[in-house]
Unconditional design. Sequence first.
Length: 130
Amino acid sequence: MENVWDYPRPPAVGPCPRHVRVELAGQVFADSNRALRVLETSHPPTIYLPADNVRVKLLVASRVRSTWCEFKAAARYLDAIIDDRRYEALAWTYSPTLAPLRTAQGPSRLLPRPGRRRLARRGAGAGPGG
């Protein structure tokens, strides 16, 4: 079992070994085999998705205030709108200062909020509902 207090500062960044699929309101919001996994002291692992693996046309700027990370810079939050319903602060984006994030997939990040993601087990097929 991993212990979040054993994670490094600055954060460790590496490829996520799992397929990442984010579903929202019965639609696939994101689907990626190129996600990054960020391990940062006292935080659960965070999955970063490249923007081209996310349905960015569903996203609009959020009213949620931005936050700051000393390693990743300012986070701007994004809401998703599906079938006229607004899902507040579903994702966020960075223009990161942390070099591994900046060089791995370009300057922008989209991340599913904690609790709204499902990582496929290796070799697993589709789960319930697709």
